[in-house]
Design a protein around this ligand. Structure first.
Ligand code: BES
Ligand code: ZN
Length: 640
């Protein structure tokens, strides 16, 4: 079937299921009606959701306990054929179970060992959240087995065909589940408050190695069939898959790296401090409970710096700068093994519980490994971004989005992914550290991770625990101000760095026309110092000054994507024309949203470059993960 017929088939399927089952609602029993089932037929998705803000699942009545997957990965058709067997637990009497799905074809559904399929109902698919899959169950049902296929609308999945730009020799596919994309490749109750164990059988082409956020093979076998287990209960957004021509190198008994064969040695060198990071993290906040910590280096389209999939952190290849200068992202993903994966936000409005704690924890790991000066510079760069974000929200009338606890009603949870959750969250903990002392804070955090291990909690549950265990009466610290009020509360921790001050002073002089000191080189490899330097330069900078800096410091050729992004953004803002080729090739090769967003947004804001920006995007978008492609299309106001 070509893509068009798949679409038509899908539409017909939706129509038939609506005609067949759409009028069954009246026959629901009383219990079911207490769910206000009519809600889910509303016009807008936010009116349709009635139990949770971003999921249709009736997890208060019935929930998956264990998921057994049987998946066949078809690279020719770019489809995963799946059987998802849900072992369920009924908490309150109900005669149906609701799953989330988006962009999936549901073929058949069976209960327990029945050989006759049951009639299921697929609700209409809304933007952002998708729709529900409603399956009738009985009080005795133990298992629900769903036969399904992914489609080109399975937005979690990035299918890559080998080409010159991505440098692949063989096809590759990987998933990104967080925040609500797991439902686009598995029919599942896709809510972070839900925890399940999972197992999987994967069938892949024989020259491919499949990996998951689970027990993993370290080399290919002759059959192409692999088995996976994740015995610790995790939220659905942490289920992940990657299949490609991958190789493994060990770092120590519990850690290692996976990457394409031509990258794997380089990746091992770049990430050689991982064993030390694991030791440092455990010294801080308790035992590492996930058995292994491996890192998978993905192709450059990966939309994030890192993703904390348990046992197997996914990472962008842009971390491999050749000088280990970007490894804080690995410290960050490792920290999520406690803040996020062990103790998880119950809703996406509580995402700061994951990211804010992780930013603080990451910084502590970095301090232990590389010293306070480095850790402070890392935090300062983020702090500068926080200030900008707060200013932006304030000026756009979105000041409430600077609260740690967010209101994401009727909004894509992706919108909660800003510097507020991350850096304001981290700054809150730094300030608390100043208020009660490091020792007390560490004891509190260690106790918190132990108390809530393998659980989810809301901001309010966190607050209850905080009130019980922390005494801030001798300080000015008021936690509610951080959580429920905008901006940065008074008395926030202040971080400073002499090296930063020096480099900023230097940038100011150069901006005014002074020559670069002859002995200024980039030998010290402190990425953050150079970011501060570039940020201190203003868009009215003289083009010859840009050329002189480039000649001496070679930012555009540095291979360090953080520095390159900052440098290209300045060049675009300064309307400097000399980096057009470098910018086009950077944007065509790299799909990390953190870099794409500022670059495309600078292009859009420059009238002389805006059209060119759109042109680059049109050519490059096929190489981006759907998440990045969507974000940039929105930013450039391109409607599909
Ligand atoms: N878990 C996040 C990525 C994420 C968050 C994806 C929410 C989707 C929704 C990951 O841990 C992360 O924060 N990555 C950062 C790196 C970090 C050092 C700030 C990134 O990708 O830039
Ligand atoms: Zn994170």
């Amino acid at each position: 079937m070509d893509m068009r017929s798949v679409k038509v088939f899908f539409q017909l399927l939706l129509l038939t299921s609506f005609l067949l089952f759409g009028c069954n609602i009246d026959h629901q029993n009383e219990e079911a009606k207490t769910l206000d089932y009519e809600q889910i037929y509303k016009e807008k998705w936010c009116d349709a959701l009635y139990l949770r803000k971003h999921s249709f699942a009736n997890i208060n009545e019935v929930k998956t306990v264990h998921l057994a997957l049987d998946l066949t990965v078809d690279f020719d058709k770019e489809v995963i054929h799946g059987v998802a067997n849900h072992s369920i637990q009924i908490l309150h009497p109900t005669d149906f179970m609701l799953f989330d799905t988006r962009g999936l074809i549901i073929d058949k559904v069976f209960l327990d060992n029945d050989t006759v399929a049951v009639d299921f109902e697929l609700g209409r698919s809304y933007p952002t959240v998708g729709g529900f899959l409603k399956i009738p169950i009985t009080p005795k049902t133990n298992n629900v087995t769903i036969h399904y296929q992914t489609t080109e609308n399975s937005k979690a999945l990035d299918w890559l065909k080998p080409n010159d730009k991505n440098g692949l020799d063989k096809p590759f596919v990987y998933s990104q589940g967080q925040p609500i994309l797991t439902r686009t490749w598995i029919p599942i109750q896709d809510d972070p408050s839900q925890r399940i164990t999972y197992s999987a059988k994967l069938q892949v082409p024989k020259d491919m190695l499949p990996l998951m956020s689970a027990t993993n093979p370290q080399r290919k076998n002759d059959t192409g069939v692999y088995y996976f287990e994740m015995n610790q209960a995790i939220p659905p957004y942490l289920i992940a898959i990657a299949v490609g021509d991958l190789a493994f190198r060990s770092l120590d008994e519990i850690s290692g790296v996976y990457a394409l064969p031509n990258m794997v040695e380089i990746a091992r060198d770049e990430f050689q401090d991982i064993p030390k990071m694991i030791v440092a993290a455990q010294e801080l906040y308790g035992e590492y409970l996930w058995e292994r910590f491996d890192v998978l280096v993905l192709p450059a389209s990966f939309p994030f710096g890192g993703m904390e999939n348990p046992r197997l952190t996914f990472a962008t290849p842009t971390l491999i700068a050749g000088d280990r200068s970007l490894v804080s992202v690995i410290a960050h993903e490792l920290a999520h093994s406690w803040s996020g994966n062990l103790v998880t936000n119950a809703t996406w409005e509580d995402i700061w519980l994951n990211e804010g704690f992780t930013v603080y924890f990451e910084n502590r790991i970095m301090e232990k490994l590389y010293g306070k000066e480095i850790a402070d510079m890392l935090f300062l760069v983020e702090y500068q971004e926080l200030i900008e974000t707060i200013e932006k929200f304030k000026s756009q009338g979105q000041y409430a989005d600077t609260h740690l606890k967010l209101d994401l009603t009727c909004r894509d949870p992706d919108e909660g992914l800003t510097d507020i959750a991350y850096v304001k969250g981290g700054l809150m903990l730094k300030t608390l550290e100043e208020a009660i002392g490091r020792q007390r804070l560490d004891a509190f955090l260690k106790g918190y991770f132990a108390e809530f291990a393998f659980q989810t909690l809301t901001t309010e549950q966190f607050l209850d625990y905080f009130y019980e265990h922390v005494d801030v009466s001798n300080s000015e610290f008021v936690i509610e101000k951080w959580i429920y009020e905008p901006g940065i509360p008074e008395g926030a921790a202040e971080i400073s760095s002499d090296r930063f001050d020096a480099v900023i002073a230097l940038a100011n002089k150069i901006q005014k026309g002074e020559k670069l000191p002859k002995d200024l080189t980039r030998r010290d490899k402190i990425t953050q110092k150079w970011l501060a330097f570039i940020r201190a330069l203003q868009p009215d900078i003289d083009p010859t000054t840009i050329e002189a800096i480039e000649e001496q410091l070679q930012f555009a050729k540095s291979g360090n994507a953080e520095i390159m992004t900052e440098w290209f953004v300045l060049a675009i803002n300064a309307n400097f024309d000399g980096f057009r080729d470098e910018i086009a090739s950077f944007l065509t090769k790299i799909g990390r949203r953190k870099f794409l967003r500022p670059m495309y947004s600078a292009l859009r804001n420059n009238p002389e470059m805006a059209d060119w920006g759109v042109e680059i995007f049109q050519k490059a978008r096929a190489g981006y993960h759907p998440l990045s492609a969507y974000s940039i299309a929105q930013l450039l106001e391109i409607v599909d």
